[in-house]
Design a protein around this ligand. Structure first.
Ligand SMILES: *C/C=C(C)/C=C/C=C(C)/C=C/C1=C(C)CCCC1(C)C
Length: 264
């Protein structure tokens, strides 16, 4: 496959920016743990791990992409070294279950419900990625479609659970967090839906299609990982503040709960 200078530059610059964004986000999420109450710190730590793992893989993906092409007479032609798609799947295999775990962790549910949701959604996430990979590397459109269909089963199970059982837990969240949690869920489902669509769009793709697929995966990874992490941070801060005011453990909290009882 041949890429124009513009296509090659677009993909490689975006991957490079993603290495920087993931790295910066990792430092931010891990350093912010001290700003939230103890119960919400694991969620921020997991958010930090997700973007750290992704930053490392983007470094590898960028290297593999730039090695796969050489500039010849104003066009980027295949160098003979294949572009290694397995880095993306290795990354997803680790980060996708961790993303559902961070979203559940910040809810601070009862231990049993939390553990059960994390296990089921984590296993479904791993199954989805593991079933998608053979289809991504398959050469025939028929077998790609078959693996796509199989991977859609755990994908739909995750979406159904996020709007079913997880949704009931969202309704029980404190006022300060409920709408943030439901936006974080929407951001997750919307950004995740892009992947199976892009995968179909990338089947037998031209240079333009392949460029779009790389750009799409990269932007979705930024939204699904850095974007979700920022929501987790906002939820953890809002819940820490509302827990403190419920217990009257801070001056700010005591003042605001006093205000509420006055209003009532
Ligand atoms: C940070 C990376 C994320 C959030 C990756 C998410 C990936 C998916 C939701 C992938 C889903 C797929 C299917 C549902 C079917 C076909 C194959 C996949 C793996 C692209």
């Amino acid at each position: 496959m041949e890429l124009s200078v513009f296509q090659f530059g677009l993909v490689s610059n975006l991957m490079s920016l993603t290495v920087a964004a993931m790295g910066a986000a990792a430092i931010f999420f891990i350093a912010s743990r001290s700003e939230v109450a103890r119960e919400y710190r694991p969620a921020l730590l997991i958010s930090g791990l997700v973007v750290a793992i992704a930053g490392y893989h983007y470094w590898q993906i960028l290297g593999s992409f730039t090695d796969a092409y050489v500039l010849e007479a104003g066009r980027y032609v295949a160098s003979g070294k294949p572009f290694n798609d397995a880095y993306r799947y290795a990354d997803w295999l680790l980060t996708v279950p961790l993303l559902v775990i961070e979203l559940i962790a910040v809810m601070n549910l009862h231990k049993q419900q939390s553990r059960s949701l994390m296990t089921r959604l984590g296993v479904a996430a791993v199954a989805m990625i593991a079933l998608g990979y053979p289809g991504e590397v398959a050469t025939g459109v028929g077998s790609s479609m078959l693996w796509w269909l199989l991977a859609m089963v755990p994908f739909l199970y995750i979406v159904r659970t996020l709007y079913g059982e997880f949704g009931e837990a969202v309704e029980r969240q404190p006022d300060a967090a409920r709408s943030l949690v439901s936006k974080a869920r929407l951001l997750t489902v919307a950004s995740w839906t892009f992947y199976p669509v892009a995968y179909l769009g990338g089947l037998g793709a031209s240079a333009g299609g392949a460029t779009l697929l790389q750009v799409g995966y990269t932007v979705s990874d930024l939204v699904a990982k850095v974007g979700l992490g920022l929501f987790i941070y906002a939820i953890a801060r809002a819940k820490s503040a509302s827990d403190a005011s419920d217990h009257g453990t801070s001056d700010l909290g005591a003042a605001s709960s006093g205000g509420e009882s006055f209003a009532a």
